[in-house]
Ligand binder design. Structure first.
Ligand SMILES: Nc1ncnc2c1ncn2[C@@H]1O[C@H](COP(=O)(O)OP(=O)(O)OP(=O)(O)O)[C@@H](O)[C@H]1O
Length: 263
């Protein structure tokens, strides 16, 4: 097989056993190509977060092999993890911004891996880094908020800042763990549209956990369905119909499963 591109992710027989002995992932075989937009669905506890978090080493896998580009994920090497995380950005449900500081300063945090520690600590960022931070804010349409405190923004705006912070990293992969679960449906759609547009414009591999099927179907190229730590569906979005998802969930769909419409 040819050399993987930098944003290609390959799981080979990956298991995760949590310290208490709970089996979080079982025999996961998965190849996600550079530039794909993949949505992971599954009921609560199916292993969606676990799968996403193994990719940047937040959850260490316990057997098998996992690589991003040509680099094997090594959860036990802090140096290699730091290098990996500079290429793999993460967005969380709770935004994880520093609320007391400005939007611009939060985005500059995304440049930290490329900035000497003393400069980060003093907040002395190079002009080139500031330029990248402004460009990132422009990409998510909130450059006018650069000097505002992060805490004064709405939830949707805060998530956009979190996306800008990840973009400032210049990542090859974006992982988004329930990125819209705290947002109302219209705002959630705006954030997903941003992620989708950025994926298309920049070719960044993007993996998103979502609860609502109508959002998954609207934005995904490819849908992965999980149950009890295993991948039980993997196909193009056109194949992720109700029958396929009912098979993943092992029950009939409810209105709540599908909900999340912007209207
Ligand atoms: N640190 C941990 N230690 C032990 N078990 C854990 C840990 N983190 C997660 N688990 C278990 O692993 C399983 C999968 O959890 P995970 O968070 O990946 O599911 P999920 O599909 O993302 O669920 P949700 O949609 O509710 O976020 C669950 O049974 C959970 O209790």
């Amino acid at each position: 097989m040819s050399e993987p591109r930098p944003g290609t992710i390959v799981f080979e027989a990956v298991d995760v056993v949590y310290p208490g002995g709970y089996q979080g992932l079982t025999e996961v075989d998965l190849r996600i190509e550079q530039g794909e937009f993949v949505v992971i669905v599954g009921l609560s506890g199916a292993g969606k977060s676990t799968l996403i978090r193994t990719i940047n080493g937040l959850v260490p896998y316990t057997s098998g092999r996992l690589s991003v580009g040509s680099e094997v994920v090594d959860p036990h090497s802090r140096r290699r993890l730091r290098r990996l995380r500079s290429r793999v950005g993460m967005i969380f449900q709770s935004f994880n911004l520093v609320s007391r500081i400005s939007v611009l300063h939060n985005v500059l945090v995304g440049r930290s891996s490329q900035t000497p520690t003393w400069r980060s600590l003093l907040g002395w960022y190079r002009a080139a880094d500031q330029e990248i931070a402004f460009q990132s804010l422009e990409r998510v349409g909130i450059v006018e908020k650069a000097y505002v405190r992060a805490s004064s923004l709405s939830g949707g705006q805060q998530q956009r800042v979190a996306i800008a912070r990840v973009l400032a990293q210049d990542p090859q992969v974006i992982l988004a763990d329930e990125p819209v679960a705290s947002l109302d449906p219209p705002t959630a759609h705006q954030v997903l549209q941003d992620l989708r547009r950025i994926n298309r414009e920049l070719g960044i591999t993007t993996i998103v956990n979502l609860h609502h099927l109508d959002m998954a179907r609207r934005y995904a190229d490819r849908v992965i369905g999980m149950r009890a730590g295993r991948i039980v569906f993997d196909g193009p979005v056109a194949e992720a119909d109700d029958a396929a998802i009912e098979e993943v969930y092992q029950r009939s769909l409810t209105a709540q499963d599908v909900a999340g419409d912007p209207e």
